[in-house]
Design a protein around this ligand. Sequence first.
Ligand SMILES: Nc1ncnc2c1ncn2[C@@H]1O[C@H](COP(=O)(O)OP(=O)(O)O)[C@@H](O)[C@H]1O
Ligand code: SF4
Ligand SMILES: [Mg+2]
Length: 323
Amino acid sequence: MTAPLLHAADLKVTLGPPGAGVAVIAGLDFSLEAGRTLGVVGESGCGKSMTALAIMGLLPRPHAVGGALRFNGTDVLTLPAEGHRRLRGAQMAMIFQEPMTALNPVVTVGRQIAEMLEVHRATPPDQAARQAVALLERVGIADAGRRATAFPHQLSGGMRQRVMIAMAIACKPALLIADEPTTALDVSVQAQILDLLLELQRDEGMAMVFISHNLGVVSEMADDILVMYSGRAVEYGPAQAVLRAPRHPYTAGLIATLPDIGRRQAVLPVIPGNVVNPRRRPAGCAFAGRCAQAGADCAAAVPMLTPVAAGHAAACLRVRPAA
Ligand SMILES: Nc1ncnc2c1ncn2[C@@H]1O[C@H](COP(=O)(O)OP(=O)(O)O)[C@@H](O)[C@H]1O
Ligand code: SF4
Ligand SMILES: [Mg+2]
């Protein structure tokens, strides 16, 4: 068996100065094969973005990390900053909820895409400029030659997101991380961007880490789903298995909040309570305060991720392990 493109083993991230840090990732394991999509889902504050930033080498400072996080065989947790800079753009790229955080407001979008190619691929400027226009076409921007000369603020939100995607794929990275890429967009534009990402991923053979708080969106995109709660995985498995036969009460709760087209619910149910603050994470199961099935035993120790079926695991004391 070949090694996966991306592999996390007991990944831990603590933000803040030594002695006063907060463990935002408290032991996380996952794998992603080349060309596949891992969907990461969980409510706001569960640690999804910190997981992405750990992969990209962009965690806020100061921080401390533990465990291992391998990309193409390299442990990116111990990689010097310069090495990580070389990986970013060339081999791994990320798109964010808000494209303006990634785009330079005073440089035309064509130039920004061309710069990626000049820096990472040593493409000559005139050739890079032509490729930038081709990339804008590739991400579905009409009249790309003219749009290339626009500044980010002259474009709509959806178009800016397309520009950010063009920048991210310019150097044909092996891994694309999409962190809530459609959360800030109108519903009609959201679907177009998701379709574009699916198409690019298929055509370019990229692996993708697709992050969203919306399980419905994740389920459209992912081969495997990692459900995070308070900095840990509570369920992990093939997308269809997780959706059709969720084993963790938190996953079941997320599924219950999905709009049911047949029923046309006016108000969606929400999981009562809030995500536990990582500073006040309880000793046992972090979901216990919101779980209808919680008992005294749930406070004793953190439930281990336990196999429940082929490739499918859940971290709840009530799950019956696979025989
Ligand atoms: N710079 C920081 N210092 C300390 N805690 C932070 C910092 N940034 C985020 N956090 C905390 O880390 C946790 C995980 O955040 P994040 O990964 O952004 O969650 P998500 O992307 O799932 O919404 C949250 O509890 C958040 O409040
Ligand atoms: S371990 Fe207990 S509290 Fe946690 S999800 Fe399972 S039943 Fe609920
Ligand atoms: Mg986030």
